[in-house]
Ligand binder design. Structure first.
Ligand SMILES: Cc1ncc(COP(=O)(O)O)c(C=O)c1O
Length: 379
């Protein structure tokens, strides 16, 4: 007897989204191709106006990936070789890699086990005379605790760079992600809540001087043509991606609302399916004042790897974000940190599993996912 389910459940459904906006995207791409301008240009300027307004920031600076955005933000914040930047181990490799690109040192602070974002209570103890920036990560679609983090940063006059690659569209106390600290940095990688059709990213700030500096660093540190007062990078966004993102922004509010409904529905279905076995699965917890865009719908279970393969056998794709905290990655061995250094991140990385998540996930599909989860966990 096959255990495969009748209903197909893709982990992500980018094609379905494309069908919804096919005409608008086609027109936007056509306009760019006709214009002959393929890097920066009018569409990027329009993107920056509209995305700044969307986030409630004075400035948006469009860049070519979330990784470039972090790298550029650190350069603009004046971080240099040997400086320390405080971040978390429970994140995608790019967060710490961006710090390494500069020759700065990542100083890690464990996450809060309930939100998986920086435990603000541990932040102050990590600050040293060499600290130059604080880089919390707004993981899985929920913003880090900016009230607490900004307060510590203000006491020590340190810039806060939000790695908001996974939280674009989320809110905290009514304010949008990317506008919650000195610099907000995001990614438009195709699988992100707002994805381009290629790589893309953006930086946000209210600070005029910093915005000007970030625009210069984005184009090889040039303040006018072929004049380079500082080192920069090639961080420019393609015009085509700006046009695609502008078209997608039109439907983004609806998609964010749909993501919220899908997330809430998972919570209900899992509660029902695990009645009497509540301790066997931990669903996402949103801190008061936060909404989530559920970049991932990530839960915790015992024996995660076995649960993952049992769900796969039933035709349900899952993913693990992330199976190894960054201090244990071979790449960062030179940090000299061992197992046990960050117990919350380590425990989470052993237990987390992300379920299929996208704004077009239907009731039947969600039921199929939760039925497979129940069978995989409870047998
Ligand atoms: C937390 C985090 N930071 C940084 C990045 C890097 O973004 P990109 O893939 O656009 O370079 C990602 C995206 O994968 C991410 O999830």
């Amino acid at each position: 007897m096959s255990t495969q389910l009748e209903i197909a459940v893709p982990f992500l459904d980018l094609k379905r989204q494309y069908e919804e906006i096919r005409d608008e995207v086609g027109e936007a791409i056509g306009r760019v191709l006709d214009s002959g301008q393929y890097v920066l240009g009018d569409e990027v300027a329009a993107f920056e106006r509209e995305f700044a307004a969307y986030c409630g920031s004075r400035h948006a600076i469009a860049v070519n990936s979330g990784t470039s955005a972090l790298h550029l933000a650190l350069l603009a914040a004046g971080v240099g070789p040997g400086d320390e930047v405080i971040t978390v181990p429970m994140t995608f490799v790019a967060t710490v890699a961006a710090i390494d690109y500069i020759g700065a040192r990542a100083v890690l602070v464990d996450v809060d086990p309930a939100t998986y974002t920086m435990d603000a209570a541990r932040l102050e103890a990590a600050i040293t005379p060499r600290t130059r920036a604080i880089m919390p990560v707004s993981l899985y679609g929920q913003c880090a605790d900016f009230a607490a983090i900004n307060a510590v940063a203000a006491r020590h006059r340190l810039p806060v760079i939000d790695d908001a690659a996974q939280s674009f569209g989320a809110t905290q106390d009514g304010r949008r992600s990317c506008s919650l600290s000195l610099i907000g940095s995001t990614s438009f990688f195709p699988s992100k809540p707002l994805g381009a059709y290629g790589d893309g990213g953006a930086l946000f700030t209210d600070d005029d001087a910093l915005a000007k500096l970030m625009r210069e660093i984005r184009v090889h540190g040039q303040d006018r043509r072929y004049n380079h007062p500082r080192l920069g990078i090639n961080g420019r966004l393609d015009t085509l991606q700006a046009a695609v993102l502008l078209a997608k922004l039109e439907v983004f509010d609806e998609e964010v609302a749909a993501r919220g409904r899908v997330g809430a529905r998972y919570g209900e279905l899992i509660r029902e399916a695990f009645a009497g076995h509540e301790e066997r699965v931990l669903t996402p917890w949103l801190a008061p004042g936060n909404t989530s865009v559920y970049a991932q719908y990530t839960i915790e279970v015992d024996e995660r790897d076995a649960v993952e393969s049992r769900m796969k056998a039933r035709g349900i794709p899952t993913a693990v974000h992330y199976p190894m905290p960054l201090h244990l990655q071979p790449l960062f061995e030179s940090m000299g940190l061992r197992k046990g250094a960050f117990p919350h991140s380590e425990r989470a990385s052993r237990r987390v599993i992300s379920l299929p998540m996208h704004p077009y996930l239907g009731e039947e599909q969600q039921r199929a996912v939760v039925a497979a989860l129940r069978a995989a966990v409870l047998g």
